[in-house]
Write a protein that binds this ligand. Structure first.
Ligand code: NAD
Ligand code: TYD
Length: 399
C-alpha cells in the first residue's frame, strides 16, 4: 500500500517543455498503443492499474477529504466514490462562502459518504473526528482560494491555509496516518515572464510567491515538508495549475465570464488580458491526486498541469463565441495588484513516475464546462443572488 513500484523511474512518453497539447496527446496515444505491444517491457500505465486493482482487493480506506463542499474537493469526492466505491469518504468542510452543501446532494445518502461541518482550525473538533473515524488518509483541499480576496483580507488566508493545515497534521501525528496529502498550487512558484515560453515550473523551481494567497499556500507546503522531515509524517504534496469545470465558484475567471455573459453583463478583463494560465480540467486533477495517494513517494512534491496555456483574453473571447455573445461585452478594468504574468507546469515527474496524463483537452473541457453552467443555472444563480452580490459590487463597482 502506498509504495512506489520498482520500475517507477521510466517514462512512457517524454513531455518536452513547449510542446503543444495536440502533439502531446497524439504522441501519448501512439505510445500507449505501442507500450501495450511490448509486453514485459511496457512500464508504467500498466503497473499503476495493477496496483489499483490489488489495493481495491486489499482494504477499505477511510479517507478524510477537507474542503469537499468546494469546487475541486467536491469533484474529488465524486471521482473517488465512482472509482473506489469500497472506500469511505468523510468530507470535512466549514461551509464558508465558497462551500455549498447542495453540490454534494447526490452523494449525501451514499452509505460510503459522510459530511461533517467542521473548521480545520478547530483542534478539538478535528481530534474528535480522528478518534471517531480513524482515517487512513487525509486529503487537504480546505483553503481560502481566491487571490483577489487575499489582497483585500490576507488574515483569514494565513489562519485557514497555514494554521488549519498544521492542526490537521498534528492530529495525523497524534493518531497515526498512512498518508497526509496537501493540495497545493503552481502559484507557489511565482510567475514566469511572457517572453520566455521555454520556461516551465518544475518541482525544483524555487518558491517565490506574489500574493497573500500564494504565500499562505507556500507556507503550508513548507510546514508539510517540515513535518515529514522532523516527525516522519508520511506526506505528499501536489502543485496544480488553474482548474476549470463544474461547480467552480463564480468569482473565478471562467465561471464569472460565463455567468456574466449569460446575463449580458460586462466581462471584466484585468489589465490587457494578456496574462497566461495553464488550464486543467478538474477531473484530470482529481485523477492525479488519486494516483499520488496510491503510488506517489512519501515526502515528494508532484506538479500537475496539462500544457494548456491560454491568455485570459482568448478564453473570454472563446466563451463569447460559444455562447453567441458579442465581444463588445468585454470591459478592460484596472489590473490586479501584483498580477502574476504566466504560469506553466512541467508535468514530467508525475507522468514519468505514475503514468499520469490529462485526458480532457481544453477545447472539449471548456465546451463541457459552459454546457454544465447552462444546464445548472439554479446552482450558480443562487450564489449570485446571495452575499456574493456585495462582494461583486465591492470588487468591480468602481473598477
Ligand atoms: P474553493 O474555494 O472552491 O473551496 C474551498 C473549500 O474549503 C470550500 O468548500 C470552503 O468552505 C472550505 N473551507 C475554507 N476554509 C475552511 C476551513 N477553515 N475549514 C474547513 N473548510 C474550509 O477552492 P478550490 O478551487 O476547490 O480549491 C481547493 C484547493 O485546491 C485549495 O487548497 C486550492 O489552494 C487548491 N488549488 C486550486 C486551484 C484552482 O484552480 N481552483 C488550482 C490549484 C490548487
Ligand atoms: P482566477 O480565476 O482568479 O485564478 P488565478 O488568479 O488564481 O490564476 O484568475 C485567472 C486569471 O484571470 C488571472 O490572470 C486574473 C484574470 N481575471 C480577470 O481578468 N478578470 C476577472 O474578473 C477575474 C476573476 C480574473
Amino acid at each position: 500500500m502506498f509504495t512506489t513500484p520498482d520500475d517507477c523511474n521510466s517514462m512512457i512518453v517524454k513531455v518536452s517543455g513547449n510542446e503543444r497539447p495536440e502533439t502531446f496527446f497524439a504522441r501519448r496515444n501512439k505510445q500507449a498503443t505501442k507500450s501495450r505491444d511490448i509486453g514485459d517491457n511496457c512500464k508504467f500505465s500498466y503497473n499503476v492499474e495493477v496496483q489499483y486493482k490489488r489495493q481495491q482487493e486489499d482494504k477499505t480506506l477511510n479517507i478524510i477529504v477537507t474542503g469537499g463542499a468546494g469546487f475541486i474537493g467536491s469533484n474529488f469526492v465524486f471521482y473517488m466514490i465512482e472509482k473506489h466505491p469500497e472506500d469511505r469518504i468523510i468530507c470535512v468542510d466549514s461551509l464558508t462562502y465558497a462551500g455549498n452543501l447542495s453540490t454534494l446532494e447526490s452523494v449525501m445518502d451514499n452509505p460510503a459518504f459522510r459530511f461533517v461541518k467542521l473548521d480545520i482550525r478547530d483542534r478539538e473538533g478535528v481530534e474528535k473526528l480522528f478518534v471517531e473515524e480513524k482515517p487512513d488518509v487525509v486529503v487537504n483541499f480546505a483553503a481560502e482560494s481566491h487571490v483577489d480576496r487575499s489582497i483585500e483580507n490576507p488574515g483569514i488566508f494565513l489562519e485557514t491555509n497555514i494554521m488549519g493545515t498544521a492542526v490537521l497534521m498534528d492530529a495525523c501525528r497524534k493518531y497515526g496516518i498512512q498518508r497526509f496529502h496537501q493540495v497545493s498550487t503552481d502559484e507557489v512558484y511565482g510567475d514566469l515572464p511572457l517572453d520566455r515560453p521555454d520556461l516551465f515550473f518544475t518541482e525544483e523551481t524555487p518558491i517565490h510567491t506574489s500574493s497573500p494567497y500564494s504565500t499562505s499556500k507556500a507556507s503550508a507546503d513548507l510546514l508539510v515538508l517540515a513535518y515529514h522531515r522532523t516527525y516522519g509524517l508520511p506526506v505528499t504534496i501536489s502543485r496544480c495549475s488553474n482548474n476549470y469545470g463544474p461547480y467552480q465558484f463564480p468569482e473565478k475567471l471562467i465561471p464569472l465570464m460565463i455567468a456574466n455573459a449569460l446575463h449580458d453583463q460586462p466581462l471584466p478583463v484585468y489589465g490587457e488580458g494578456l496574462n497566461v494560465r495553464d488550464w486543467l480540467y478538474v477531473e484530470d486533477h482529481c485523477k492525479a491526486i488519486d494516483l499520488i495517494l496510491r503510488g506517489g513517494r512519501v515526502g515528494e512534491v508532484y506538479n500537475i498541469g496539462g500544457h494548456n496555456e491560454m491568455r485570459n483574453i482568448d478564453i473570454v473571447k472563446l466563451i463569447c463565441a460559444e455562447l453567441g455573445k458579442p465581444e463588445s461585452l468585454i470591459k478592460y478594468v484596472t489590473d490586479r495588484k501584483g498580477h502574476d504574468q504566466r504560469y506553466a507546469i512541467d508535468p514530467a515527474k508525475i507522468h514519468g513516475e505514475l503514468g499520469w496524463l490529462p485526458e480532457t483537452m481544453f477545447k472539449d473541457g471548456i465546451k463541457k464546462t459552459i454546457h454544465w453552467y447552462l444546464d445548472n443555472q439554479a446552482w450558480w444563480e443562487t450564489i449570485r443572488s446571495g452575499e456574493y452580490r456585495n462582494y461583486y459590487e465591492k470588487m468591480y463597482g468602481n473598477r
